[in-house]
Design a protein around this ligand. Sequence first.
Ligand SMILES: [Zn+2]
Length: 276
Amino acid sequence: MGFKFTVILVSACFFVLRSAPLVFAADPGKPFLEAGSDHFRVRFSMESERGTAQTVLGRAEAFYIKVADDIGYSRYEDFWTWDHRVVITMYPDQYAYARFTGSPSWSKGFASRDTRVFKEHTIVSYDGQENFLDEVLPHEIAHLMLWDYIGAGSTSRMPVWFEEGVAQLQEREKSQKVFEAMRPLVLRHGYIPFPSFEGMTITGENDAQKVSLFYAQSLSIVLFLIQKYGKDAFYRLCAELRNGRSFEPALARAYPSAFGSLDALEGRWVRYFEEQ
Ligand SMILES: [Zn+2]
């Protein structure tokens, strides 16, 4: 592949849900401090970070509203009550984050809803990243909200690409860049063919180009669905998945006149790029 996708990899998240459980904790000698809002609690290490924690809370609440609106979640009850707010754990730096979470070097943060391990919805990241508020935080909030709304069942119900597409939709200024980067690739059929793509996961994938392409293609398909067919159809798709339907039948029900299958989705998606 002769194109540059480095910008796209920046906030690639680490799938704790589909990998081995991690053991992490604050430095035993320094328990976390905490600040809270309606739906979130932020844990941080030093009193001097309290202002940052308040900023994180404000942005997190705004992203909560935005993601809810993108997936149709706002039409339902408010699932995240005061009693089980999402916990955002901020390590002071990348070194502490990697040391206490065991995350890979490219990971900037991750979300987990695995209650066996954490007993709460958790987003874990570290302070001082310039892209934390605009990329990592909204991306991970979107994962948690999707899991809450649709359920983190089998990947046939909510494929990894769909989840990553919705999560990246929240990242500032990413959509346009991805669409432009994908266009020449799609036109020369250099993308990942849908039969391989639909069940693909990136856990354990070491080929950075392949990971980047996977993320970019994921976002471009979600963008295509929303831009071409509108929010109401996308809400229907999310609602069908929430009701327990597998992805392909959910797609057919949400877009009855457009797609009967993933094959048809691929064809229309390619045609969309050709029309731009
Ligand atoms: Zn992600």
